[in-house]
Design a protein around this ligand. Sequence first.
Ligand code: GRF
Length: 219
Amino acid sequence: MPRPPVKVIVLGSGEGTNFEALAAAAGIDYTIASVGSDQPEARILDRARRRGIPTFTCTRRDHPDRAAHDRALARLLASRHPDWIALAGYMRLLGPAVLAAWPGRIVNIHPALLPAFPGLNTHARALAAGVPEHGSTVHFVTAELDAGPPILQGRLKIRPTDTIQSLTHRVKALEHRIYPLALAWLARDRVKMVQGQCWLDGRPLNTPPSIEEQEPGCC
Ligand code: GRF
């Protein structure tokens, strides 16, 4: 018997192109039940409304401190009963109330090949470091920023002509392929976080699987 799709809530603060990719692939493995943001004007909320997906906001300024904001977000999420929470450009650190309520059930996409370049400005830092490869990582969210176990990566080779803009574009194109795939694996219970490590199809992953950028003109 096919199982019903799992319910995902997406949280984002900005543009929402990853949300679009997730929404375009939704239906069989997962549905996007709701989209939340800390930024009432975020484009991701418009994109969700246009698709008829309910939205909510939880701004930091409406709460006296980070802990109160964290608890309010946990309540808003809990009232929507998600199976999974997917961060897609959500620019705030999640606090203990949210993390404790969905242990091993929150994922993020980060624009670098973790553990390289956690944090901000990843494309500029990759260019400055002169690394040959760059990309993006879907990973489990833990209390430490961008440090949870990786699930799937998208890789590309940095070209001598690359700029922050070109890398932003190329990395996002990869993200739009890997995030829906990773979410489908999660929804099918193919992937789990076990004692701080990612397991795929019943085996611990020492290095995450990855897909390569499709070179123009290739295949
Ligand atoms: C993505 O590059 C993602 O890796 C990072 O924030 C960006 C969000 O882009 N966490 P978008 O809002 O999905 O277009």
